[in-house]
Design a protein around this ligand. Sequence first.
Ligand code: BEZ
Length: 209
Amino acid sequence: MAVRLGDLAPDFIADTTEGRITFHEWKGSGWAVLFSHPRDFTPVCTTELGTLAGLKGEFAKRNTKVIGLSVDPLAEHERWKGDIRDVTGHALNFPLIADPDRSVANLYDMIHPNASDTATVRSVFIIGPDNKVKLTLTYPASTGRNFQELLRVIDSLQLTANHAVATPADWKQGEDVIIVPAVTDEDAKKRFPKGFTAKKPYLRVTAQP
Ligand code: BEZ
């Protein structure tokens, strides 16, 4: 069954390039990005894993761990590591789950049979400190993901988790945010002492808290 926003992220035990893990235990009380890619030794996946390895520090700054998955066995993951480093200049620095029996892929509905019966699609799950799913994304095998977008979403999620705000289209860290409609003007004056601009009665913007 599909894993949807607000669902508890299913827990599992799996073998990874960093040893056997229990997912919730490994994740701890921070944030996590769990993503699948179709196969080892494929071109787009090679670029994705290297790019993500290069961004590990950016995810760590956001208290976010990263973990990948494909249905290939551990020995293949280990052999592929050298290529990722050669091509991208970044050594794999996060765990890659080996899921040859597809148990985790099925748990998270990462195999879409009308795309491929055997390989996982490019799924992304962002999971919060409460182990609930905050974002899902599905990309086809032929399109490499934009990992800056994942960082941008995490910035938005972490901001909105702490303040009564939402973020507008194309928002980036430091730009104005939207006061959620549930907050009255009276309340907004107290919560946002720098003030706000009402572009419409339902669209009020304020400086990023
Ligand atoms: C790739 O990672 O390059 C890829 C994987 C499966 C199908 C197409 C491309």
